[in-house]
Design a protein. Structure first.
Length: 235
């Protein structure tokens, strides 16, 4: 069995950026839904959703064992892996898990923008708050485990090379093409909708109304404070 890397976290918290970064390493093969047999239509997707779609652990192990590639590491990314952390570590005890953690304000802004564009959903502020909260409540309660690495999203964006080097060392993969990996992560050609990433990070045209601010504080205010404390402890 090859060494396994899993990426988990809230949607719009940096899971795709981390996937692009790590997948660009010479040592890593990114496993798609098609390779794992979990794609639900003909479209290719970076998110296999394997732990949510397959209940039999032996079947999951078998699908990973059948992946035929040269690189010694397999990378699987599904944000909802955050709801299966214990199961992942039980099924694959030697695996490593990378989890980005990001401010709820920025995640909700990004979710709203994404729903207005490529997700083709009706933006729902309360639902966006709930999505971030459900994932993040698990993250802040995770016990310390040498197999899990939390990555502060804001620090990652501010120091991509330094953070990437720390991630690669944690995973045990070579840092010899780390600059190439960072450049691939930032490749604008891979954006599904031009300008969405920048606009969702900075806020841009997506800002909270007074009602939304009050709703966010009521639903996520205390959790946002806990996230701020956790992010400070990672620096």
């Amino acid at each position: 069995m090859k060494k396994l890397i899993f990426i988990a976290g809230s949607p719009r918290s940096g899971t795709t950026a981390l996937t692009r970064l790590i997948a660009a390493s010479y040592d890593v093969h990114h496993v798609t839904a098609r390779e794992l047999g979990t794609n639900i239509d003909s479209k290719e997707t970076w998110e296999s959703g394997i732990f949510g779609r397959i209940t039999n652990d032996e079947a999951i192990v078998d699908r990973f064992e059948k992946i035929d590639c040269i690189p010694p590491y397999l990378l699987e990314k599904t944000p909802d892996n955050i709801f299966h952390i214990n199961r992942i570590l039980k099924v694959f005890p030697d695996s490593k898990i990378i989890i980005p953690i990001r401010s709820g304000v920025d995640v909700v802004k990004s979710l709203q923008v994404a729903k207005e564009t490529f997700l083709e959903e009706e933006p729902n502020f309360k639902k966006s708050c709930r999505q971030w909260r459900q994932s993040t409540e698990i993250i802040v309660k995770l016990p310390k485990d040498s197999r899990i690495l939390l990555v502060d999203y804001e620090r990652f964006m501010a120091d991509k090379h330094g953070t990437a080097e720390n991630i690669f060392k944690f995973l045990g993969i070579s840092t010899r093409n780390i600059s190439e990996c960072v450049n691939e992560m930032q490749n604008n050609a891979k954006e599904r909708v031009k300008g969405v990433v920048g606009r969702s990070i900075t806020g841009g045209q997506q800002s909270f109304t007074v009602r939304e601010v009050l709703l966010f504080v009521r639903l996520c205010g205390f959790l946002e404070y806990r996230v701020w404390k956790l992010r400070r402890s990672l620096r």
